[in-house]
Design a protein around this ligand. Structure first.
Ligand code: AKG
Ligand code: FE2
Length: 331
């Protein structure tokens, strides 16, 4: 995506990287020449057969796959990227960070902290999305189109993610509709990663696992997302109309580890800006998450103790630094 680079002098006129953005040597991105993975499945959802098997293969081997021909109108995707781009451009140097949602609302952060205390090379906007009708009006209202455009985007993500979860359920041998009333598109997290003069010294997002069932990411053809495979960082390819889907910890539990939640990160680029929209499809807060009964037997005993998703979120700070505020806003 073309981005004009006049947004914020704090990001774009930096010729050397401030010390507090540089992690300890062992936490820096090593080997930035990692290969682009051509083996993670790119699944054509318009195909009549074989998609369930491909989705399962991607989820077992890599924890990642992409989907194309998903039927979501391109305009909805482009509008969403554009309105988020405008939102990020509007946050001035002096904009307050860490806006805590009061009841419901949103959180905007610039250069938030990685676990080791260094700053990440990104800006981030996060907000609850469920139930949609009840939160739309509490999201940013500048740009003025924000709420309308993002709500339209999320309606499509709800449909797409239900379809994908249904296929995953089928592949695992779960009863039809297993996820139907127990999963929600709960959170949106959008990231703006400006170019960086030395990508070997910074991280857009540090290595992490997602705490979702699945995460659905639109990256508009940009690069930077990497996942780990056999100890090596692999780039997720950039196809403009594809969604990247990855398996989160909750689905790893429900599948009794047949599907893998895989560590991933975002690296920066010297020339390209990355804008991504991650949506987290999570269990409803009061769900008890445990391995599905049909996947547990004498030969394959349960590998996890069940726990309520809300407790899990609370105990692991699953929604990031503002988990308590977001949880509060969601209840
Ligand atoms: O695609 C991205 O920019 C990173 C999204 C991600 O991994 C996350 O928000 O958990
Ligand atoms: Fe993630």
């Amino acid at each position: 995506m073309e981005m004009k680079e006049d947004k914020d002098a704090r990001w774009f006129e930096l010729e050397c990287i401030p010390k507090d953005y540089i992690p300890l040597e062992e936490n820096r991105p090593q080997n930035l020449d990692s290969p682009v993975c051509d083996s993670i499945p790119v699944i054509d959802l318009a195909k009549p057969n074989g998609t369930v098997e491909e989705i399962l293969k991607g989820s077992q081997e890599f924890g990642f796959f992409q989907v194309i021909n998903h039927g979501i109108p391109e305009k909805i995707l482009i509008d969403a990227l554009n309105v988020l781009k405008e939102f990020f451009y509007m946050q001035g140097k002096d904009a307050p960070t860490g806006t805590i949602p009061d009841k419901k609302g949103y959180i905007y952060n610039r250069s938030d902290f990685a676990r080791d205390g260094t700053h990440l090379w990104r800006e981030n906007l996060k907000h609850p999305c469920h139930p949609l009708e009840k939160c739309t009006h509490l999201w940013p209202d500048t740009p003025t189109r924000y709420q309308e455009v993002i709500a339209a985007y999320l309606v499509e993500i709800q449909k797409l993610s239900s379809r994908i979860l249904e296929m995953i359920g089928e592949g695992l041998g779960l009863e039809q509709g297993y996820f139907k009333n127990t999963s929600e598109v709960q959170l949106l997290s959008s990231n703006f990663y400006p170019p960086c003069v030395d990508p070997s010294l910074t991280l857009g997002i540090s290595p992490h696992f997602d705490t979702s069932l699945i995460s659905v990411v639109y990256q508009g053809g940009s690069t930077g997302l990497q996942f780990i495979k056999d100890g090596e960082w692999i780039n997720v390819g950039a196809s403009p109309n594809a969604f990247v889907v990855n398996i989160g910890n909750q689905l790893e539990i429900i599948s009794n580890r047949k599907l893998k939640s895989v560590r991933h990160r975002v690296v920066t680029s010297t020339h390209a800006t990355r804008l991504s929209i991650a949506t987290f499809v999570n269990p409803s807060l009061d769900c008890i998450v445990e391995p599905a009964k049909v996947l547990v037997n004498e030969l394959e005993p349960s590998l996890y103790v069940g726990s309520q998703y809300k407790d899990y979120v609370q105990c692991t700070n699953a929604f990031g630094a503002y988990t308590a505020a977001i949880l509060n806003a969601m209840q």
